[in-house]
Design a protein around this ligand. Structure first.
Ligand SMILES: [Zn+2]
Length: 257
């Protein structure tokens, strides 16, 4: 390694100031902060979950964030998708969110992809990431993300929110996967999307905050508290449950590995 690269690896004085409240934290040091700086993450979906996860991780100092979403902003998004304002209606979510993240933290690199994740681009988008954060609004994408993360051994933290309910889980290394927990045939004829059902403004934002928090634990400290575990958050009782789940020996995604 050359000296020049060594210098690049360090946090600048300005970054030290920006992240000082984190670096001061017991259990979080310059090493953890530098790990964030050199992390590459992909955020799938720039809706209620993606907006908040992306903003928190940009503020915390994740060095390279790629955002993917093919949708444009609609008036009904503004109730919960905190990155957008009325004048953004009609523009691409991924582009507006990218602009906002760059304003929030000019020290990081942010890229937007205004495409739909599909069989043709999933490998290229996912294979080189350190972590994928799924906050998409449909099962087709959710299964494809899980399958591609498993295939390339990329860690995945998947969050969802509908109504007053939220879910969060992590797939990493040899762990059981999303499809082990939710076999595909159960959702074959189901097309329940956040877009078609009610959701309270706060629910996706609670789940996104938990997802971003878990991402920091993983990227900075190598911690995986929700690996192969499903967290259920009930927004009416405020109760949270964590359930371990097992490998499904019939899971095609795990068998293909
Ligand atoms: Zn599986």
């Amino acid at each position: 390694m050359t000296n020049h690269t060594d210098i690049d690896l360090e946090l600048t004085d300005e970054e030290m100031h920006l992240y000082s409240r984190q670096i001061l934290l017991e259990g979080w040091d310059i090493d953890a902060q530098e790990k964030l700086k050199f992390a590459n993450i992909l955020i799938i979906g720039c809706g209620g979950i993606g907006c908040t996860t992306a903003e928190l991780l940009a503020r915390a100092g994740v060095g390279k964030i790629t955002l993917i979403d093919a949708d444009t902003i609609e008036i009904s998004n503004l109730q919960r998708q905190i990155a957008y304002v009325e004048e953004n209606i009609g523009f691409y979510k991924a582009e507006i969110l990218t602009k906002r993240l760059k304003q929030i933290n000019p020290h990081i690199c942010v890229e937007s992809r205004t495409i739909k994740l599909d069989d043709h681009n999933a490998a290229q988008l996912i294979s080189k990431q350190d972590l994928v954060l799924d906050g998409c609004d449909n099962f087709t994408t959710r299964y494809l993300v899980n399958q591609t993360c498993k295939q390339f051994d990329v860690a995945l933290i998947s969050a969802s929110a509908i109504g007053f309910q939220g879910q969060l889980l992590m797939v990493e290394g040899d762990s059981a996967c999303y499809e082990c927990l939710f076999p595909k045939e159960q959702h074959a004829n189901e097309n329940l999307r956040c877009a078609d059902s009610g959701v309270l403004a706060t629910t996706p934002n609670v789940m996104a905050s938990l997802q971003a928090h878990h991402a920091l634990l993983y990227l900075g400290l190598d911690k995986t508290p929700l690996k192969q575990k499903l967290m259920l958050w009930d927004g009416l009782t405020m109760k949270q449950r964590i359930l371990a789940f097992e490998n499904d020996t019939d899971c095609p995604t795990c068998q293909a590995r």
